[in-house]
Ligand binder design. Structure first.
Ligand SMILES: CC(C)(COP(=O)(O)OP(=O)(O)OC[C@H]1O[C@@H](n2cnc3c(N)ncnc32)[C@H](O)[C@@H]1O)[C@@H](O)C(=O)NCCC(=O)NCCS
Ligand SMILES: Nc1ncnc2c1ncn2[C@@H]1O[C@H](COP(=O)(O)OP(=O)(O)OP(=O)(O)O)[C@@H](O)[C@H]1O
Length: 158
């Protein structure tokens, strides 16, 4: 499948994108449920879901905590320019269909900076994992997280 061509069509046409989402999102949901059921059976203490349209689809309600990976806008554009299917029009169309980064950062429990090098990003992730495991967040959509500690961490990271 030519994803670049499909992207050019659907990101320029809200109706077509909606049709594609109606086909794909149920399949994504199904795969996610299978994954969660398997990890629950295994007793995995923490699972991570990488969801691009998390707030846009209200999926945050099914998770114990949300971490947003964020870099400054200039860096986002710099990285996007290196993608094989880059076009300014495509990026503008995609951004118009997503919640602004600032809003995601405000709503998230954790903000993971990705603009200051991979070592620092890894440190933040390790800190978050330790906080969640200590705080008792285990199976997604089940256990509570220590909110006070969450805020403490997200504030120091923002
Ligand atoms: C249109 C497709 C084929 C383009 O694929 P391609 O490999 O060229 O781009 P990629 O998937 O990496 O997406 C590029 C950027 O667009 C964003 N994006 C993808 N789908 C959407 C969408 N429905 N709404 C808003 N942004 C989107 C991604 O987060 C990413 O930042 C693909 O994005 C797709 O099938 N999208 C529809 C399914 C979807 O909603 N996926 C995201 C959530 S599960
Ligand atoms: N912490 C980091 N330090 C340095 N570079 C990074 C870091 N995180 C990501 N990058 C670089 O930024 C680019 C984009 O990363 P990635 O594809 O993970 O973004 P993304 O937000 O998941 O993208 P999308 O949602 O559009 O698929 C890649 O080239 C990657 O190497």
């Amino acid at each position: 499948m030519d994803r670049t061509l499909l992207g050019a069509r659907v990101f320029a046409d809200a109706t077509l994108l909606h049709r594609l989402e109606q086909i794909l999102h149920p399949l994504v949901r199904e795969a996610r449920e299978r994954f969660l059921a398997l990890e629950r059976r295994r007793g995995t203490p923490l699972v991570v879901l990488d969801i691009p349209l998390l707030y846009e689809t209200s999926s945050e309600r099914t998770c114990d905590a949300v971490a947003v990976v964020s870099a400054p806008l200039f860096l986002q554009w710099q990285r996007l320019r290196h993608r094989p299917n880059f076009s300014e029009a495509r990026v503008v169309a995609i951004l118009a269909r997503q919640l602004p980064d600032a809003q995601k950062r405000r709503r998230a429990d954790f903000v993971i900076p990705s603009g200051l090098g991979k070592a620092l990003t890894r440190q933040h992730i390790a800190h978050i994992v330790a906080t969640l495991v200590r705080g008792g967040a285990g199976h997604c959509d089940a256990l509570p997280v220590d909110r006070a500690r969450r805020h403490q961490v997200s504030k120091s990271h923002a």
